[in-house]
Ligand binder design. Structure first.
Ligand code: IVH
Length: 663
C-alpha cells in the first residue's frame, strides 16, 4: 500500500476540518456557507485522497458519516435510529447516472431488466417516523445518522400523520422530509429572514415550543421504508408508496416508474426545467431501484445506498466576493444599490452583478465591499445575495451608506417618509431618469419606436438634443446624422418610425408616459373609457377612483402627474400625436367585461394575439388566478395555474373551446 507523505496528511487534515465545519453549518446551524456543489467537490477531493492512500481513511472521516452529532443540540431528547439514516450519492449529469447504471447492472448480472422509481428530491429536513402496533409513537430528525432528536410533538401538531393506522406491521418506520411550501415561506420571511425554505423548515421543526412549529405551516412527504418488523409483504418501492397513500400518509404525487434509464434521465431534465411549477423546493431527483430484494442485493455503504442515486440540479447557490457597490438611478428616480461581484457561475450563467432590493436590505444583510457572500437563484429569477459569510471577514471590508447626492445629476437625495426608498427628485433633469423615461417611451409595448436603442438615446441626451419625450418628435434628419455610427439610411428609418408612432393607440400612449402605478392594464382601462388624453388629464381624483380597478395610489399618481404636466395633452396634439381608441364592430359578447387568464403553450394563437383578441372584444386579461376570473384558457403543459383554477372552480377552456365561443 502506498504511504502518504506529510504533505498528503496535511491536505487530508485541512479537507477534514473544512468538511466538518461545513457539516456543522449545514446540519447544526441550518445555515450553510457554501453551495451543495462546492461541498461535494471538497468531499470528492477527500475521497480521492483516501482512495489513493487508504491509511488516511478512518471511521471518523467526513467521508464515512452524515450529519451533525445531535449531542451538540442539548434541548431535545436524543434517540437512536433502529437503522442508520444515511444519505444519497450525488450525480450532476447524465454521464454520471449512466456510470451508476452500469455499476448496478454489473452487480445484478442475472437481471436483464431493472425497474426504477423516480422521485423529486424534496429540499427540506429529513425525519424518521415510527408507528408501533399501529400507533404513531415517535418522530426523529436525522441527527448524525445514528441518533436523532425527538421532534414527536412538533410533528404531531402539524396534523398530517394519522395518530393510529390499522393493519400496520408491528414496528413500522417510515422516512421522509419536512418542508415549507413557498407560499408559506414568502409570508413567514416578511418577519423572519430565513435564507431559504429548507433552513426555515429545519429551524421550525426543532423549536422547543411546538405551538410555534404549528404556526409555521410545515408539510411532510414520506418516501422511504425504514426498520420494519412483523407482517410486511410489499416487494417494491412503488408498491410501498401506494401502500402509504392507502394509509392516508402524505406522499408526493410526481413519482414515476420506468424500466428505461434513458427515459428516467429525460424526466430528470424535464423536472429541472419545470421545477418552478411546484410550491416547494426540490434540489434534484432521486432514482431508486424498485425491487426491495434487488436493493438488498446491492446493499449500502456507511454513507449511502448503492441502489439509489440523486440527480442534483445545477447549483442555485454559489459564493463570491463583492468587488464594489454602485448606485443605480431608475426611471422613477429611486436609487438602488447594485453589488459588482467577482464573476461566478450559477446554474450555467456567469453572474457579475446583483441588485440589492433597497438600502434597508443592504443594512439588514450587513453587506460591505470586500465581503464574501452566498448568492442564490430561485427559479428563473435574477440572483440575489442571501447572506454574508461573516466568518471569513478580515476587518478590511468597507461599509456603504445611502448617497446624499444623486450619483448621476448631483442633486440632493431624499428618503421618502412612508417608504424605504431613497430618491432623486430631479425628474427629467437627471440624465438617468431621462434615459429611463425615453427607453420606456420608445419600448415595444409603449410607442414602439424601432431603432431607438440604449446607446442612441444616450447620445441624443448627451448632445442636448432631447430633454423630454416631446423633443423626440422635434428631431431632424440633420440632428441624427451628427450622432456616432448612424448612417443616412438608418436615420431615415428611425425618423419614419417616430412618425409612425404618432398613430399608436391611446392605451399605448398612456402606458408610454411612465406614470407611477400606470402599467399596461390601467392604460387599457382608461383608453377604453375615454376618447383622448385631454379628457383623462382633466379627471379629478374622485372621478378616477370611481373607475373599477383604479385604486387610491394610481389615482393619486395620475392626478399629481397631470398637475405637474398641465400642457402635455395640448403639446402632444400640436406635434401631431392624437391617438384615439379604435372602436371595433364586434357582435359576439362572450369576452365583454369578463376576466381571463392564459396559461400553457398555445397552438392556434400567439399569446400576444390572444390577449389582443380578448381585449378587442372588451375582455380583460390578468396574470394570476383568483375568484374574480371568469375563464382560464389553458394550452399544453399548463402548470400551477390550472391546479389553482380547479381549486377555485374557475371554468377552464382549451383554445378550441374558446374559438367556438367566439363564433
Ligand atoms: S431516499 C437511504 N428519497 O435527500 C436513502 N431521499 O441528499 C434514503 N430526500 O437524506 C433517502 N427527497 O433527506 C430519498 N424522494 C426522496 C428524497 C430524499 C429528499 C433527502 C433525504 C436524504 C437526502 C440525501
Amino acid at each position: 500500500m502506498k504511504e502518504p507523505d506529510l504533505f498528503e496528511i496535511e491536505r487530508r487534515n485541512t479537507l477534514r476540518e473544512k468538511l466538518k465545519k461545513h457539516n456543522q453549518q449545514y446540519y447544526e446551524f441550518n445555515s450553510p456557507i457554501i453551495s451543495d456543489k462546492e461541498y461535494d467537490n471538497l468531499l470528492k477531493k477527500l475521497e480521492e485522497l483516501e482512495n489513493k492512500f487508504p491509511h488516511l481513511r478512518t471511521t471518523n472521516s467526513p467521508t464515512q458519516k452524515v450529519g451533525a452529532p445531535p449531542e451538540i443540540i442539548k434541548s431535545q431528547k436524543i434517540f437512536p435510529h433502529r437503522l442508520p439514516m444515511i444519505s444519497l450519492n450525488n450525480t450532476y449529469n447524465p454521464k454520471e447516472i449512466y456510470n451508476w447504471y452500469e455499476r448496478i447492472k454489473r452487480a445484478l448480472p442475472d437481471q436483464n431488466q431493472i425497474s426504477f422509481v423516480l422521485e423529486p428530491k424534496i429540499d427540506g429536513s429529513s425525519i424518521s417516523i415510527t408507528y408501533e402496533s399501529g400507533k404513531f409513537i415517535r418522530a426523529l430528525t436525522r441527527g448524525d445518522g445514528e441518533k436523532g432528536e425527538d421532534v414527536t410533538e412538533n410533528i404531531k401538531i402539524l396534523n398530517q400523520l394519522p395518530e393510529t393506522i390499522m393493519d400496520l406491521p408491528k414496528i413500522f418506520e417510515v422516512r421522509g422530509e419536512v418542508y415549507m411550501p413557498h407560499s408559506i415561506f414568502k409570508e413567514l420571511n416578511k418577519t423572519e429572514h430565513f435564507a431559504n425554505p429548507r433552513n426555515a423548515a429545519a429551524g421550525s421543526l426543532k423549536l422547543l415550543d411546538y405551538n410555534i412549529t404549528k404556526k409555521r405551516g410545515l408539510k411532510i412527504f414520506l418516501y422511504a421504508k425504514g426498520y420494519v418488523e412483523g407482517n410486511f409483504l410489499l416487494e417494491t418501492q412503488s408498491a410501498f408508496i401506494e401502500f402509504l397513500k392507502s394509509k392516508k400518509l402524505p406522499i408526493n404525487n410526481n413519482i414515476k416508474t420506468s424500466y428505461n434509464i434513458d427515459e428516467i434521465i429525460e424526466k430528470c431534465q424535464e423536472w429541472h426545467k419545470k421545477r418552478n411549477v411546484l410550491d416547494y423546493d426540490i434540489d434534484g431527483m432521486v432514482i431508486k431501484v424498485n425491487s426491495f430484494s434487488k436493493q438488498d442485493q446491492l446493499g449500502s455503504t456507511m454513507k449511502s445506498p448503492r441502489w439509489a442515486v440523486a440527480y442534483k440540479f445545477p447549483a442555485k447557490q454559489a459564493t463570491t466576493t463583492i468587488k464594489d457597490i454602485v448606485f443605480q438611478v431608475a426611471r422613477t428616480g429611486v436609487i438602488t444599490p447594485v453589488a459588482k461581484l467577482e464573476p461566478v457561475a450559477l446554474s450555467g450563467v456567469i453572474i457579475k452583478r446583483s441588485t440589492i432590493h433597497n438600502f434597508d436590505e443592504l443594512a439588514r444583510l450587513d453587506i460591505k465591499i470586500g465581503d464574501r457572500v452566498l448568492i442564490q437563484r430561485s427559479g428563473d429569477v435574477i440572483p440575489k445575495i442571501i447572506k454574508v459569510i461573516k466568518e471569513v471577514r478580515t476587518g478590511s471590508e468597507k461599509i456603504i451608506y445611502p448617497p446624499k447626492i444623486c450619483p448621476v445629476c448631483d442633486s440632493s437625495v431624499k428618503k421618502s417618509n412612508k417608504k424605504v426608498a431613497y430618491k432623486c427628485n430631479n425628474h427629467l433633469h437627471c440624465q438617468a431618469q431621462l434615459q429611463g423615461a425615453l427607453e420606456h417611451f420608445v419600448s415595444k409595448k409603449a410607442m414602439n419606436i424601432v431603432g431607438c436603442g440604449t446607446s442612441m438615446i444616450k447620445q441624443i441626451i448627451e448632445r442636448g438634443l432631447v430633454k423630454n419625450i416631446l423633443d423626440l418628435y422635434k428631431l431632424t434628419h440633420k440632428d441624427i446624422l451628427t450622432l456616432k455610427l448612424i448612417k443616412d439610411k438608418k436615420t431615415k428609418t428611425f425618423l419614419a418610425n417616430i412618425e409612425k408612432s404618432k398613430s399608436r393607440s391611446l392605451n399605448n400612449l398612456i402606458f408610454a408616459l411612465g406614470i407611477n402605478f400606470v402599467g399596461e392594464k390601467v392604460g387599457k382601462i382608461l383608453a377604453k373609457k375615454f376618447q383622448n388624453l385631454e379628457s383623462i388629464q382633466n379627471l379629478s381624483f374622485e372621478e378616477l377612483i370611481k373607475i373599477e380597478d383604479i385604486g387610491i395610489k394610481t389615482a393619486e399618481s395620475l392626478t399629481s402627474f397631470f398637475k405637474n404636466n398641465p400642457m402635455l395633452g395640448t403639446n402632444l396634439k400640436n406635434l401631431g400625436i392624437t391617438p384615439s381608441q379604435k372602436k371595433q364592430n364586434i357582435k359576439n359578447n362572450f369576452c365583454k367585461d369578463k376576466y381571463f387568464v392564459i396559461t400553457g403553450t398555445l397552438k392556434k394563437y400567439r399569446r400576444m394575439d390572444l390577449i389582443k383578441e380578448i381585449e378587442n372584444r372588451g375582455g380583460i386579461v390578468n396574470n394570476s388566478i383568483s375568484k374574480k376570473i371568469n375563464y382560464l384558457i389553458a394550452g399544453d403543459n399548463p402548470g400551477s395555474k390550472l391546479l389553482k383554477a380547479k381549486k377555485l372552480k374557475v371554468p377552464i377552456l382549451n383554445e378550441e373551446k374558446f374559438i367556438n365561443e367566439l363564433n
